[in-house]
Design a protein around this ligand. Structure first.
Ligand code: SAH
Ligand code: SF4
Ligand code: F3S
Length: 438
C-alpha cells in the first residue's frame, strides 16, 4: 500500500484542505508516515501569505530533495503552488506536480497516475491526521485531535485588499450549500467533535440562496449535540448587527470574535482598500461590546504598510493602547509580487517595519496580560488539547475565549481522559493561564 508523507503550512483553511486530501488518499488505500525517507508520495501543502511563509516552504523543499527516495513522488499543493506555478520548476526541479487550492478534484487522478490502484478498499487503520508545519508527527495526540473540527463554509475571496495574495491563489468567493455544511457538522459530531470552527476568508460574505451568515449561524446552532461553535475570519465591512445579534442568540457560539482591523489610520485603510474607516470599525465594536460584554475581541494588524507615516503608525499604536483588543496577531508588511501594494510608494524600510511591529506587539502584550489577569480566581471550562508540549506533567487546553490554559495532570484516569476540564485559575501570563482542576 502506498504511503504518504503530508506536511501542512499556513492557515486553518490549509489544514482543512489537508484533511480533505488525506481523506481522499486514505479512501484509495494509502497509509501515512511521518518519515519522509520511507514515503512513496510526499506532499507539502503550502502558504504564500508573507515572504517568511514562502521561505519556510522552499527550505523544506531543499531538505526533502536530500531526504526523499529517488523513486518517490513530490507534490506541492496550496497557495504557493498556485502563486509560483511558473517559477517552481526552476526553483525546485525536484517537484513532480503542482496543485493549487482550486485543483484538488484532480488529486485522485494524480495518485492514480502515480500508480496508486483505484480499486483498493480503505485501510483497516483509521485515518491519521496530517502533520502540522513545525513538528511533523507531534500534533495533538489522536485521542484529542478529533475534539476540534474545521468546516469550510466558503472558498476563495474577492475582496482584493491591496496587500493580499489570497484572491489570486484561492480565486473568487463561493458559498457551500447549508445542507452540505450541516451534513459535515453532523458527521464530525458523530466522530466525537466538541468544537466546530467554520472557515472562510470572510465568513460574513457567506450567501447561499436566501441564507446569509447570520441565518447560517442560527440554523447550525440548532444541530443536536453541537457543543461549541466558532468561526474565522470576519471582514469588518461585512459584519452586520444581524450577525452580532446571532452571536448573542446562539448559545453554542464561543465568546470570541476575530475582526482584523489591519490599521488604525484611515489613510492606510484606504490604501489597503479595506472598505471601512476606523470610525465605522469602532462603531461596530461598540455594538458588539454592548451586546456581548466579556467576549474576547481579537485582531490582525499590519505594520509598515507602504505610505504608512509615523502619525499613521501612532494611530494604530494608540488604538491598541486604548485596550481595543484582547489579543492581536501583528505582522510586518511583506510585499507580495502581483499585488498593488508591492509597487506602492513610498515603501517603509524593513527595519522601520520591524520597529513598529515591536512597539505594537509590546503594547498589545500588556493588554493581553491584563485581560488574562481578570480570570484569576475564576472557574473556567477548557477543551483539552492533550499533554502540554513544554511540560508533559501538565495538561493543556483552550478556554471559550481561546486562551491557552495548563494545569497539573490528574492521577485519576477517568478525569485525565475527559475532553473538557473545569479549572480554577491561579496565575495569568501573556501567553495564557495556569490553573488547577476545580
Ligand atoms: N481573510 C482574512 C485573513 C487573511 S490572511 C482577513 O481578511 O482578515 C491573515 C492576515 O495576514 C491578514 O489579516 C493580514 O493581517 C496578514 N497579511 C496578509 N497579507 C499580508 C502581507 N502581504 N504582509 C503582511 N501581512 C499580511
Ligand atoms: Fe486577503 Fe482581504 Fe480577502 Fe482577507 S479579505 S483574504 S485580507 S483579500
Ligand atoms: Fe497562506 Fe493561503 Fe492560508 S496564502 S494563509 S495558506 S489562504
Amino acid at each position: 500500500m502506498p504511503s504518504i508523507y503530508l506536511q501542512t503550512f499556513g492557515c486553518q483553511m490549509n489544514v482543512a484542505d489537508s484533511n480533505g486530501l488525506a481523506h481522499q488518499a486514505w479512501s484509495m488505500g494509502c497509509t501515512f508516515t511521518d518519515i519522509p525517507e520511507s514515503a512513496d508520495i510526499l506532499i507539502l501543502n503550502t502558504c504564500a501569505i508573507r515572504e517568511k511563509a514562502e521561505m519556510r516552504v522552499y527550505s523544506r523543499l531543499g531538505q526533502l530533495k536530500a531526504l526523499k527516495r529517488p523513486d518517490s513522488k513530490l507534490l506541492v499543493a496550496g497557495c504557493l503552488a498556485e502563486k509560483d506555478r511558473a517559477i517552481m520548476r526552476r526553483k525546485a526541479p525536484q517537484v513532480d506536480a503542482l496543485l493549487g487550492p482550486r485543483d484538488y478534484q484532480q488529486f485522485k487522478a494524480l495518485l492514480a497516475e502515480w500508480g496508486v490502484p483505484t480499486d483498493l478498499p480503505p485501510p483497516q487503520t483509521p485515518l491519521r491526521m496530517p502533520s502540522s508545519e513545525d513538528a511533523p508527527g507531534e500534533d495533538a495526540p489522536l485521542e484529542y485531535a478529533h475534539l476540534r473540527s474545521l468546516v469550510s463554509i466558503t472558498r476563495g475571496c474577492e475582496k482584493f485588499c491591496t496587500y493580499c495574495i489570497v484572491p489570486y491563489t484561492r480565486g473568487p468567493l463561493e458559498s457551500i450549500p447549508p445542507e452540505d455544511i450541516e451534513a459535515q457538522i453532523r458527521r464530525e459530531i458523530r466522530c466525537g467533535a466538541k468544537e466546530i470552527t467554520l472557515l472562510g476568508q470572510n465568513v460574513n460574505s457567506y450567501n447561499f440562496g436566501a441564507v446569509d451568515f447570520a441565518g447560517l449561524l442560527r440554523r447550525l446552532g440548532r444541530i443536536e449535540g453541537l457543543e461549541r461553535l466558532t468561526f474565522l475570519t470576519s471582514h469588518p465591512h461585512d459584519l452586520t448587527r444581524d450577525v452580532v445579534d446571532a452571536l448573542a442568540d446562539v448559545p453554542a457560539i464561543q465568546p470570541r470574535l476575530h475582526l482584523p482591523v489591519q490599521s488604525g489610520s484611515n489613510d492606510v485603510l484606504k490604501a489597503m482598500a479595506r472598505l471601512y474607516t476606523i470610525e465605522a470599525y469602532l462603531d461596530k465594536v461598540a455594538y458588539f461590546r454592548e451586546r456581548l460584554p466579556g467576549w474576547a475581541l481579537t485582531t490582525d494588524i499590519i505594520c509598515g504598510f507602504p505610505t504608512e507615516t509615523e502619525a499613521d503608525f501612532q494611530a494604530t499604536l494608540s488604538l491598541v493602547e486604548r485596550a481595543t483588543f484582547e489579543y492581536a496577531f501583528v505582522f510586518a508588511f511583506s510585499p507580495r509580487s502581483g499585488t498593488p501594494a508591492a509597487t506602492m510608494t513610498p515603501q517603509v524600510p524593513q527595519e522601520e517595519r520591524l520597529r513598529r511591529l515591536q512597539a505594537v506587539s509590546a503594547a498589545q502584550n500588556e493588554q493581553t496580560r491584563r485581560f488574562h489577569e481578570r480570570f484569576i480566581g475564576e472557574t473556567v471550562s477548557a477543551l483539552v488539547s492533550g499533554p502540554s508540549k513544554k511540560d508533559p506533567a501538565r495538561m493543556a487546553g483552550k478556554t471559550g475565549h481561546n486562551i491557552t490554559v495548563v494545569w497539573p495532570r490528574s492521577a485519576d484516569a477517568a478525569a485525565a481522559r475527559s475532553p473538557v476540564a473545569n479549572l480554577v485559575i491561579e496565575q495569568a501570563q501573556t501567553w495564557g493561564l495556569v490553573g488547577r482542576v476545580a
